[in-house]
Design a protein. Sequence first.
Length: 404
Amino acid sequence: MTNNLNNHKSKYFLIYYIGAAIIGVGIIHLAYTTVQKSFTSPSKYIESSNAHRASGNYKAALDALNTAIKLDSKNPQLYIERAEVRDKLGDELGFIEDIKKAIQIDPNNKGSYLLNFTSWNGDSNARLKRYNQAIQIDPNNYQLYLGRGELRHYSLNDNDKKRALEDYNKAIKLEPKKHFAYKKRAELRYDSISRKGDKQGALQDYDKVIELEPELNSYSYSDRARLRNELGDKQGALQDYNKAIELESKSYLNYIARARLRGELGDRQGALQDCNKAIEFYSQSFLAYTVRAGLRIELGDNQGALQDSNIAIKLRPVYDDAYNNRGLARFNLGDNQGALQDYNKAIHLNAKKPTVYYNRAWVRYVLGDKQGAIKDWQQAANLYLQQGDTKQYAEAIERIKSSQ
């Protein structure tokens, strides 16, 4: 009996020890696997790289990423991150190599990788070089030509602007149904090529922008309105300003632009209403008060013009047009000395406005300074001629003749 009991106990102890041994082996295996994973997973090296980058230690960050890539060589994001670090270290060839490797692994995201490639730190020359390299990698990428075009567009070099036009042309050829390249080309044509501008070309591009995106925003219409006005199509310009205001009814700048145009078309009351609207939406607009002051002078409300000019000057003490308007209002109200002071100030701020010389000439003439008046009319005539305004030039010359 005792022997049987002892045999049972021995079996139980044997089972216990075997179980304990199995559990122990499992724990050891788990621990080993965990330790092994900690050495083979790239995550801790990525975290280490991020920490080094945050502290500015890019060499250590590079070492950590090198190890991470050895552990996970098919992860395109690791190459992108290493490219950023190599960029910081000035390793241009390594930078390009990593971008190419990321694209090779993940060709579906080539476009986004290349756009990132061109947007990293560097001066304009370095960025231009990267755009050139990116275009070599992907010569049919619309966004790359558009981006390089914008970079060249804002250069002060006329040759760069011509190359920008070539880039916009290429972008349009690649994506003729996308409006943005037309918009950028319109801006470039309007104000840059050889500093003369191609207004007809710009107008055609704005037509295309509006054709492709007729309800996009007010800017395309207001830009085209400005062009149409300059090209003599004032009714077309008015239609565009109307549409711009329809799309963006609280844009005070559109109301000011339409007010000026309505004034030119003889609709002074409509222009005055637009100025009131502009001031309603932005009461700190010195431009709106200045335009309204000019309209009030034309309508015979010189006191109102004086008040508006005072507000404009308070808001913008260096705006020459506000002093010119106040000078004219003071002159009409009989304050010749005040008018003279305002015209002097306007000329001090901007000596290239012929109208101010013309107006000051009248004040000087009334004050008995005949020679000063003739001198101002002559200066006005010279500036009108330089600006191609032959009508006003002839009028200034006639004033000189009649005063001698």
